[in-house]
Structures are given as structure tokens and as C-alpha cells.
Design a protein around this ligand. Sequence first.
Ligand code: ATP
Length: 272
Amino acid sequence: MLHAMDLTKRYGDVTALHGFTLDVRPGEIVGLVGHNGAGKTTFLDIVCGLVRADSGTVTIDGRTPRVARGKLGVAPQHIALYPGATAREHLVLYGRLAGLRRAALTAGIREAAEAMLLTELLDRRTGLLSGGQQRRVQAAIALVHRPGLLLLDEPTAGADPQTRQSLLTVVRDRAAAGAAVVYTTHYLPELAELDATLAVAKGGRIIARGTSGELLRDLTDEVRVQTDDEEIRMRTTDPASTLVELLSATRSPVRGIDIRKASLDDLYRSLA
Ligand code: ATP
């Protein structure tokens, strides 16, 4: 569905992308991760047609981003809404721009609003909504025309647990229905919940690509046991067994236990 090959982009002295290559198949959710400044948003901007690459190619379903625009659903990292317009007016506008009319438009708005818990808020001006509610409108705009390719740039930033859960559910549903999804986040558990494959960006290119099972296999969790006398920390790939072993070996009273799951930082360190 999305094919990006050897993209390069410079902003003056800064090289934002340097040989960035990524393919996403229909039905696949790719978790695009990487430190701040790794080039993730620049890549998404090029796929949207907002920024032109200096070299390299991008195709969506075999066509250029400009021609394939109607197939794209985009939730940008920064909220970009018209404060004086209602949530419904936004969905009508973006639905129409994507070619929806009459019954299809009404159904698209209803579905997107239900998925993002916006049904009761549709006729409120977006400038009067909370930050999390605005983020829900932004996500609904990406969904309204049932696009074949979803680009979601940190869509859960600042979202409450309920909003976050709704978003993860709808992303999974859309992928199950055949949409290709690129999802950037700094939060690994979200990608596990989405059953996403991972693409790790660094210095403007993808340095690792694979299932989370493949990339995270060698990462260890950390088990911590706090007793009256000491804090024991042990790294392990089998935290449950390690915890049982530590608890049965310790003689002093146990005051606390903790299992720290492997994080994206652990992944970046292992790749570095
Ligand atoms: P984050 O996780 O912080 O969102 P990112 O991986 O999305 O980071 P980008 O926003 O793509 O990173 O930025 C890549 C590099 O390009 C950074 O060094 C950034 O400062 C630079 N950059 C991005 N946009 C511009 C611009 N319009 N003008 C100049 N430099 C830019």
C-alpha cells in the first residue's frame, strides 16, 4: 500500500531524512518509533504531500501522494482545527474533500464519531473543547472517509485512558478491515496492544524493522524485590519465574516487588 524508497530531505544544514525506506502492506500496523528528531514527522509530511523530498520516491497504491490524497487519513502531531467550527463541520468538510456525499458522508461521520466518543460533542465548536476532546476530533477526521492508509503521529499524546483505548480499538478494527497504518509513538505498550510491527528510525533512516517478537526477543525485563535489608534487581526474559526464585531465596520480610518491562529506550540501547 505504502512504498517509500531512499528518501532524502535537508532543511538547510539539517539532514532530516537520509535514505529513509519503508513499506507498509494493507492490513499492517507499523509502529514507527525513534528518538526526537529521528525524522518520523518529516517522513509523514512527505507521504501526505505537505513536504517535498529532495530525492527518493513515495507511492501509495502505486500512485504519487498528490494523486492518492483521498486514500489518506492523517492525524498530525499538533492539533490543527478551526476553533470557530464545530466537530461536525470539520467532519463534513474533510469527508467531502475526500469525495463522500449524502448517505456515505452521514454514515462516515456517525462511525467516526462513535469510534472516537464524539457523538455528544459533534455540535460544539472545537475551540471550546478540551485538549483531549480536540485530539479525538483530529482522529475522527483521519477516519471519516475510511481511508486505505492511516498516518497517525503520536495520536494518544495527552489522551486520557478511555480516549486512548478507543483509539487503539478503532486502529485495530481498521487494520483488520484492510487499512495500512503508520503509527508513531514513544510508548511501547501501545504497539504491543496493536500487535504492530516495528520500524525504528534513527538519523533519518530506518535502522531496524521487524515484528516486536523479533526485535524485543533479546530484551530483558527487570525484576525488583525490596526486603527489610536490601533491594535485589535482576534482569530476565522470564520475570515470573525469576520473581518466584527471588522470593523463595530471600530470608528477610519482603516489602515490595516490581517488574519493569523492557522499554523503547532498552530497544534503542540494544540497537546502538
Ligand atoms: P519527534 O519525535 O520529536 O516528533 P521526529 O522524529 O518526528 O521527532 P522530525 O520532526 O522529522 O523528527 O525532525 C527531523 C529533523 O529535522 C530534526 O532535526 C528537526 O529539527 C528538523 N526539522 C524538521 N522540520 C524542520 C523544518 N521545517 N525546518 C528546519 N528543520 C526541521
